[in-house]
Each structure stands twice: as C-alpha cells, then as structure tokens.
Design a binder for this molecule. Structure first.
Ligand SMILES: NC(=O)c1ccc[n+]([C@@H]2O[C@H](COP(=O)([O-])OP(=O)(O)OC[C@H]3O[C@@H](n4cnc5c(N)ncnc54)[C@H](OP(=O)(O)O)[C@@H]3O)[C@@H](O)[C@H]2O)c1
Length: 238
C-alpha cells in the first residue's frame, strides 16, 4: 500500500509510520521537522519512506509539496490527515485570537489545501482518513476552544465529502479519545492501539466510515454533555 501520512515526526503519526513500514507499505511522510531530529533515524535509511518537509500553516509550502508529489507520479492507496496543532487558545480566561487562527489554519485549511492538491493522486476507492477527536462531542479543558471546534469543522467537511463524493473515494473519520504511551488517565488509548485501529479501517473496505474510539469514552461523553454547564465546569473541567 502507498500511503501519504501527515504528522510523521511525533506521536500517533510516528507510530502509524512505523506500523505501515513494518507491514511493508510505502510511506510519504509530511511534517515540519525531519524525522532525524526525532530519534527516528532508521526511517531515513528505509527506502520505502520518503520525507517531505512542509508547514501546513503555509499555503506556499503546501503548493510546493503538492507539485513535488505530482511530479513523483505516485498513485496513493490512502491519505491519512493526522497532523494537527493541539494547542491552547484560552489563556488565563482570555481568548488568544492569533492561536485560534493558527489552529484553524493548520487543522482545517492546511489539511484541506493539501487534500485538494493530492486528491487526483489517490486511486479510485482509496481511503482518505481524517484523524479527529472525541473532543467534538465534549471537551472539558478550560484552556481551549479552537481545537475541538477545528476538529468539528473537519468532521463536517468529511460528512459532506461522504454525501457528495462517495463512490470515488472512501472518506473515513476517526474520532479518538485521549492518547499517550504512559497511561495517566482511565480509558487512555496507546498510540499503538490507535494506529492499529486506523490501519484496520483502511484495509477493510466494508468498515464504518465514522468511528469513535474507544467507544466507552464516546458514550460517556454523550451522556456527560447533557449535564448543566455549571456542574461540568465545577466538577469535570480540567
Ligand atoms: N494526543 C491526543 O490525546 C489526541 C486525542 C484525540 C485525537 N488526537 C489527534 O491525533 C492526531 C495526532 O495527535 P498526536 O498526539 O500524535 O499529536 P503530536 O504528537 O503533537 O503530533 C502532531 C504532528 O502534527 C505535525 N504538525 C503540527 N503542526 C504542523 C504543521 N503546521 N505543519 C505540518 N505538520 C504539523 C507535527 O509535526 P511537526 O511539529 O514536525 O510539524 C507532529 O508530527 C491529531 O490529529 C490529534 O488531533 C490526539
């Protein structure tokens, strides 16, 4: 399988990249930092891994990346839009507009700009995956509002794609709960578990196109969102 994967330099993207390569897939990875600086030197020697430095907050860099990809004449089986700015924009109760703008520029506009450019390079019925978040159902962090909103916007766009472009590609939305490799919170999912889930979804033609993982957190979030905001603020917010 030939995969275009964003956000390969750390976290879930790094894990996904290793997972794909271990299976024998070919990965074209995009992020700002080279993998070298992130302790993943072995990838630089793996001939099935190609790295393209690109800041998804820069239209110019995205255009350059798209031209480079088009020149490579690759036919992708899957595109995984994993890169995201996971940042706070409510600092000491004040809204940081510059941060909010940056979060939307990367998580929504940058991803869509890249996707618009690479869609013609994706094979018929290829999988396009939006790595999203269960925070679209309920986000209890006191320090952010733009991040869950940006993921909700991404999900809306993918809902529209499924309605309007179905047949051509498989558009998959994966809403993930809290990730991490050192379990600090109940129901936290490891990067490995999330990566394995995403790869299974890509491989399974008949899989659901909107997935909430883990389902326990998804159900709990759906119930908790009906609580009065004052209660959630006092007892649940972190
Ligand atoms: N962590 C969680 O608890 C959690 C929960 C639910 C969903 N998710 C979703 O899972 C995905 C991966 O999260 P993660 O925890 O692995 O995050 P992470 O460790 O912060 O990794 C984010 C990746 O995105 C890349 N990136 C960020 N800004 C970029 C930009 N302007 N241009 C290009 N690449 C950029 C980063 O690379 P560079 O810095 O090198 O550019 C990095 O490789 C995200 O979509 C996130 O929303 C995460």
């Amino acid at each position: 399988m030939k995969v275009l994967l964003t956000g390969t330099s750390s976290g879930l993207g790094s894990e996904l990249c290793s997972f794909f390569l271990d299976r024998g897939d070919t990965v074209l990875g995009i992020s700002r930092k080279t993998t070298k600086k992130n302790g993943n030197q072995q990838r630089d020697t793996d001939e099935r891994f190609t790295f393209l430095a690109c800041d998804l907050g820069s239209e110019e860099q995205i255009q350059t990346a798209v031209s480079e990809l088009s020149n490579k004449n690759i036919n992708f089986d899957a595109v995984v839009l994993n890169a995201a700015a996971i940042e706070d924009d409510l600092i000491d109760g004040k809204l940081d507009y510059a941060k909010l703008k940056k979060i939307f520029e990367i998580n929504v506009l940058g991803n869509m700009n890249l996707l618009a450019g690479v869609l013609p390079l994706v094979r018929q019925r290829g999988a396009i995956v939006a790595v999203s978040s269960l925070s679209v159902i309920l986000d209890l962090s006191r320090r952010r509002c733009a991040y869950p909103a940006s993921k909700a916007a991404l999900n809306c766009i993918f809902d529209a794609f499924r309605l309007k472009m179905s047949g051509q590609y498989r558009f998959i939305t994966v809403n993930l709960g809290r990730l991490g490799n050192q379990a600090k919170l109940p129901f936290q999912v490891s990067y490995r578990q999330a990566a394995s889930k995403i790869i299974r979804l890509i491989e399974t033609e008949s899989a659901s196109e909107v997935i909430n993982f883990p389902w326990t957190v998804s159900y709990a979030s759906r119930i908790l969102r009906h609580l009065p905001p004052a209660f959630s603020r006092k007892y649940l917010s972190d």
